[in-house]
Write a protein that binds this ligand. Structure first.
Ligand code: HEC
Ligand code: HEC
Length: 416
């Protein structure tokens, strides 16, 4: 009987999204739609609203966006594998502000990473339930995950916005590597380097690009990791439940991946890959001046305004051709930079050291509540003042600006 109930619940969850498949295009105003269809790709993106799918998605592919959104928003159940320990019931719980696909709306949604140094070597404490902790919630009757006493570093992490994730995923590795300058050969004080990390999905090392430390190379890898870490559901690329306090939990009765064919994981991926990038606002006089200041302070050395996505012959696997040959205005080089002591958190991931961070993309900044990797501030100028290391010269110039010039710069950032 219990089996039957479980089967029914699973059938509903798995097939429900299919009902969305025949939905029509989102209600963009018809004039804009006509214009979009006659345009070359890069300009197309300007027409979307926050949380919209990429423009120009028709039929089945738009259905996949809707199904993915449904899965992203729904609460997961113990019967399908939730937990035993987990951080929240749904993806949207931490990626819901101001709309689905956004970032955290309350500081309570912060999660933690842990680590320590044992005899000079970094230890991610994964064997004790570590590096990203799934310790905020527990299925009733199961053992909760505690912060291990051995953890020397406990570092808070704020959720990223997911708008435009498909574009970030579609940038070729060669494009990212072309901006790297690990030995600072051009002597500008900026020496971005790529993280190199293992992809369980593709079974090889690749250039990292997602996450605060660029510690996941592809969107599908991050998706599987988020499912097991945040919700406690295993899937084909991440087939086992994590341990609780170093041991297999008595509640872990899973035999094989809980999302057994990866269907739900792929649904999440579809939604994120098809989410349009954040719309950029028109610049008024102050923001136009701010843009010039942004360039002159050297912010652009790391926050590179635009990277172009791969073309279809380089990436025939792209979920939609709309993602090919696009200009992604993300304001990041996706590389790691040494950012000084104020931002050092002790955690090392891949080759990223304790004070190294991926240049945070600035698109979507106007719709975020909390800034920096640990969400420590709601004030954009404080986020800039915390920059150090390779960004010291740039930060010092910012601090020396007259207050009207600082305001112009912030107005520009708020247009992104
Ligand atoms: C409890 C909060 C929480 C939940 C629930 C959650 N996330 Fe996240 N998410 C985060 C945090 C924190 C980060 C940043 C982690 C880091 O970079 O160290 C993040 C980052 C991401 C990123 C990387 C984006 C980028 O540009 O770097 C993706 C993709 C993502 N999450 C997908 C998901 C999916 C899919 C789900 C549901 C299966 C999910 N998240 C559920 C907190 C959460
Ligand atoms: C050396 C590279 C580098 C330079 C130069 C640089 N940044 Fe950053 N920026 C980063 C990194 C890396 C982060 C993420 C740091 C973290 O969260 O610990 C970041 C984060 C930010 C954030 C917070 C974004 C968020 O969503 O939390 C803002 C705002 C920002 N930078 C603006 C600027 C401005 C304005 C300038 C020029 C005055 C500048 N940056 C110069 C690398 C750089």
């Amino acid at each position: 009987m219990k089996r039957f109930k479980l089967l029914m619940i699973l059938m509903v969850l798995v097939f429900m999204p299919v009902f969305f498949v025949n939905f029509e295009l989102p209600n963009i105003n018809p004039k804009a739609k006509a214009q979009i269809q006659n345009m070359t790709p890069p300009t197309v993106l300007a027409f979307t609203r926050l949380g919209d799918p990429l423009p120009g998605l028709e039929g089945k592919i738009f259905g996949r966006f809707q199904s993915g959104k449904f899965q992203f928003e729904r609460d997961h159940l113990v019967e399908e594998g939730l937990g035993p320990t987990f951080n929240d019931f749904s993806c949207v719980a931490c990626h819901g502000f101001p709309v689905t696909g956004g970032s955290l709306d309350s500081i309570d949604d912060i999660t933690f990473r842990i680590g320590r140094i044992t005899r000079g070597k970094y230890n991610d404490l994964e064997r004790l339930g570590g590096e990203p902790l799934s310790n905020k919630k527990v299925v009733p009757g199961c053992e909760p995950q505690t912060v291990p006493a051995k953890a020397q570093f406990v570092s808070p992490r704020a959720a990223q916005q997911l708008f435009g994730s498909g574009l970030i995923d579609a940038i070729s590795e060669a494009t990212i590597l072309s901006n790297a300058d690990p030995e600072d050969k051009n002597k500008d004080g900026i020496s971005g380097r790529p993280n190199m990390v293992f992809s369980p999905h593709f079974n090889e090392f690749r250039v990292g690009r997602f996450g605060w430390k660029a510690h996941w190379p592809t969107l599908i890898d991050f998706t599987g990791d988020a499912y097991i870490v945040e919700i406690g559901i295993s899937s084909p690329d991440f087939p086992r439940n994590r341990v609780t306090n170093g041991k297999k939990s008595a509640c872990d009765t899973a035999n094989g991946p809980e999302d057994f064919d990866g269907r739900v994981t792929n649904n999440f991926f579809d939604f994120m890959a098809l989410l349009a990038p954040p719309p950029q606002n028109q610049l008024d006089a102050s923001a136009t001046n701010g843009k010039a200041i942004f360039n002159s302070l050297g912010c652009v050395s790391c926050h590179i305004p635009r990277l172009t996505t791969a073309n279809l012959s380089e990436r025939p696997d792209l979920i939609t051709p709309v993602l090919a040959n696009q200009e992604a205005n993300l304001y990041s080089d996706l590389l790691l930079h040494e950012m000084g002591d104020e931002l050092r958190d002790g955690i090392q991931t891949g080759i990223a050291l304790a004070n190294e961070w991926r240049t945070q993309p600035l698109w979507g900044l106007s719709s975020k509540r909390f800034f920096l990797h640990d969400g420590r501030t709601r004030d954009i100028s404080k986020a800039i003042s915390a920059h150090g290391g390779e960004a010291t010269a740039s930060r010092d110039k910012f601090l020396k600006l007259k207050s009207t010039a600082q305001k112009d710069l912030i107005n520009f950032l708020k247009s992104l």
